[in-house]
Design a protein around this ligand. Structure first.
Ligand code: GLN
Length: 511
């Protein structure tokens, strides 16, 4: 099997055994990017030279007997929302075109210190607003399972890169589902850690109280390995949790043994009943979900049904809180400090405000403008209590729903997204239809609890991947890995190999 199809854990073993060098691995992935990214468009920027230099440094460390981490030498792709010193960072927006950050995000610093060569920056919906990556100002990313379909969003680039074997690992960010939903629709694994579990320093903020960076991989163990590298306290982020991470890799290895006896799994009523609910659950997604729950029972888990009555209001609360925070965070793009500056024509001596207005008009896309207007309105005096204040109350009720549910169950489960990947363009003109994709993922962001999406199989209707989401209490991220790895092991046995082996090969299929 070629190197690109191996998991990160397998690559790490091969590097340790001296069977391959990091330069060879990195080159193999760069070759793959060159071969298929014309069709997939997962990357906004590829840094071949930088990645190969980092790979050579990794090989030198290993030759000296001093690898920097378990993943030293395994290449990675990074979502373009993380600032990278010397590498373009656009957040998928024209307003940051040409901006080269002068520093690294903490996540990036940790990747560099751990010796992972950075292949490049991945495509995303502009400022992480979207569920399809179609809101990128640089063109959409295509789902490797079907190039006419969306790869999810906002982190569709990271998920597609991993699903198309362009990178064994990637970094994503999840404000309302942008790691987990792309994972579900591309047949990959994605983890949103506990809020505060991974530093937000250098993550260009969308909604600061919701944003969280995390792993995008092909296996549960690979996510655990990556999470241990990027996670943990960072004094540069005031919301960072000052506690050691739980033993995530150990939990994944334990889970892979397949024994879940004594574990209580709560099926969330509001997110697993497609009759009469919000969002239009696709029958094939529900069937694969139910089968996954049955496998958890087979592994020894006890299944209980739990009701989280306020989850039905999560989407409405999110679309007040997120725009409110985003409108404030995006105010810094004022044509003075970063990237684009448009001087309006036809005005004598344009003022700073004229330049700002013209720059924002040209630099921000429609979805970003929509949310800035919504957020500014929700925060305006006179409306603040009615909208933002109410939404914060709903947020508290959702946290309480989680607290009550975690009294009855150790982890909670639901399908990750209501449907498989839809066609490019299908929901682009219907913001509400787009927002409904995150129905199941948003509650975890509002409450700050961690979640993982694991592939559950292919839906019968369309043969496209579906995902199951596993949620745990804050700081109990290890439970995601234990349960995720147990389920993955059972499913792999059923499928006779990785789900992605069933995806069409892209070689020669480039359009
Ligand atoms: N799709 C959601 C949104 O548009 C989530 C985005 C995210 O997690 N970054 O806000």
């Amino acid at each position: 099997m070629s190197w690109i199809r191996k998991t990160a854990a397998e690559l790490a073993d091969a590097l340790a055994a001296g069977e391959v060098t990091s330069v060879e691995l990195t080159q193999a992935h760069l070759d793959r990017i060159a071969a298929v990214d014309g069709a997939v468009h997962a990357f906004l920027h590829v840094d071949a030279e930088g990645a190969l230099a980092q790979a050579a440094a990794s090989d030198a460390r290993r030759a000296a007997g001093a690898p920097a981490s378990a993943l030293d030498g395994v290449p990675i792709a990074v979502k373009d929302v993380m600032v990278t010193e010397g590498l373009p960072t656009t957040c998928g927006s024209k307003i940051l075109e040409g901006w080269i950050p002068p520093y690294d995000a903490t996540v990036v610093t940790r990747l560099r210190e751990a010796g992972l060569p950075i292949l490049g920056k991945t495509n995303m919906d502009e400022f992480a607003m979207g569920s399809s990556t179609e809101h990128s100002a640089y063109g959409a990313t295509h789902n490797p399972w079907d190039l006419d379909r969306i790869p999810g969003g906002s982190g569709g680039g990271s998920a597609a890169a991993v699903a198309a074997f362009e990178a064994p690992l990637a970094i994503g960010t999840d404000t309302g589902g942008s790691i987990r939903q792309p994972g579900a629709v591309t047949g990959t694994v994605g983890v949103k850690p506990t809020y505060g579990g991974v530093s937000r320093y250098g993550l260009v903020a969308l909604a600061s109280s919701l944003d969280q960076a995390g792993p995008v991989t092909r296996t549960v163990l690979d996510s655990a390995l990556l999470h241990e590298i990027i996670g943990g306290h960072d004094p540069k982020d005031s919301t960072s949790v000052d506690q050691p991470l739980p033993a995530l890799v150990e939990a994944a290895r334990l889970g892979a043994g397949g024994d879940l006896s004594g574990l209580r799994v709560g099926v969330i009523t509001e997110l697993s009943r497609h009759e009469g609910g919000q969002g239009g659950w696709q029958p094939g997604v529900m069937t694969r979900f139910q089968e996954s729950v049955d496998l958890l029972v087979k592994a020894g888990a006890e299944v209980v049904e739990v009701s989280c009555p306020h989850f039905v209001h999560a989407l409405a609360a999110y679309y007040l809180i997120l725009p409110a925070e985003a409108s404030s965070n995006l105010a810094k793009f004022d044509a003075m400090r970063y990237g684009l500056r448009v001087v309006p024509e036809g005005i004598d001596n344009p003022s700073a405000e004229d330049v700002m207005r013209a720059t924002r008009d040209a630099g921000f896309g429609d979805e970003v403008k929509r949310r800035i207007i919504l957020g500014t309105y929700a925060l305006s005096s006179g409306y603040y209590d009615a909208y933002y204040g109410q939404a914060q109350k709903v947020r508290t009720l959702i946290s309480r729903d989680f607290e009550a549910a975690f009294e009855k169950a150790d982890v909670l489960v639901s399908p990750t997204a209501p449907t498989t990947a839809f066609k490019l363009g299908e929901k682009l003109d219907d913001p509400i239809a787009m927002y409904l994709n995150d129905l199941a993922t948003i509650p975890a962001n509002l409450a700050g609890v961690p979640g993982i999406s694991v592939p559950s199989g292919l839906a019968d209707e369309d043969g496209l991947p579906a995902g199951i989401q596993i949620l745990a209490p804050a700081l109990a991220d290890d439970r995601l890995y234990r349960v995720g790895a147990a389920l993955e092991a059972a499913l792999l046995e059923q499928w006779g190999g990785p789900l992605l082996d069933k995806a069409p090969t892209l070689e020669g299929g480039a359009r």
